[in-house]
Unconditional design. Sequence first.
Length: 358
Amino acid sequence: MWTRLRQRYQPSSDALYLSVVRQEHALQQGDSTVDEFYAQNSAIWRQLDSLRTAGCRTCRCCQAVRADSEFHRVYEFLSRLCKEFEPRHAQLFARGRISLMEALSEIRAEETRLCGAGLLEVPSVLATRVPAMPAAPTPSHSSAPPLLPTPTGGEGRSRPHCGYCKMDGHVESQCFQKKKHLRKARSSASGTSSTSTSSATALTEQDILRLKRLLAASGSPSTGTAGSVTDASRTEQPPSTQSGTSSWVLDSGASFHMSSHSSNLSCLKSLDFPVHVLTTDGTPLSVASRGNLSTPSYSVPDVAHVPRLNMNLFLPINLLILVVASSLTLTLVLFRIVERTLWLGLALAAVTLRVFGS
């Protein structure tokens, strides 16, 4: 009974040998490295050697058969590599018969060169076998019929997974979708910032022209007062130069008039206590001194000298106070002139009445 069951259900060594041969023929490198692919081939070759009839390995006939078998394995191993290795294994075939270890050493060196030049695609993923019925091998994944369990030397690990696009085959740092989205975000942000910067620059130039006209028409204004120390409400921009002098920018959020060049100011006075100005990013800038800004067209008193500032700032409200004060001063002077003229006219009228009345 046991003999019949053994004969009925125990597979023969010939069927097992043929299944291993099929597994060897279907094996391809795919995305595996050279060492991993060689380990898979070695596992299959060891299984084939255990199923074949062992020879004496001493006579010339057995040695010749063994040499032919090794040459055949070298040919099969080199022929199943990726297409990037075709020029190299063509050179190896042209040499004649070479040992398996020599071929493996040459292919390893070629793999290192190709990886350094960036000509190999994902060389770290192991070759895998098709999980279902035997099928034709694909160029990107190694496959073999699942007639036997995977050899120990050919066990693979899972493919890399991207956490951004939820796809297999690459990691998040190499995700093309993520890089594409980042490029779009950068381009949109740069376009918005350039538009806002150009509009702010144009508005600033117009305000400066109006300010110069008002100050030139009002003459020399009286002294003004500086506001308290507050944060600047605009983004710092590098100063532009025209005709050797730095331009001035109107900033409604500035604490007071500020200049980064002491050469623009006269009558500089040191401060009794330290004063700091905060920029939009929270950087404190110390005020070194205060002085008067004098030009042929206008004069502005109490301007702070901030050496680390990247521009010259005007506080519009202070300038408006100066213009209004100068206008009131001019009106008061005119009123006094008119008043004195009236008194002089009344005095002349009184003298005339006395002379002609008598």
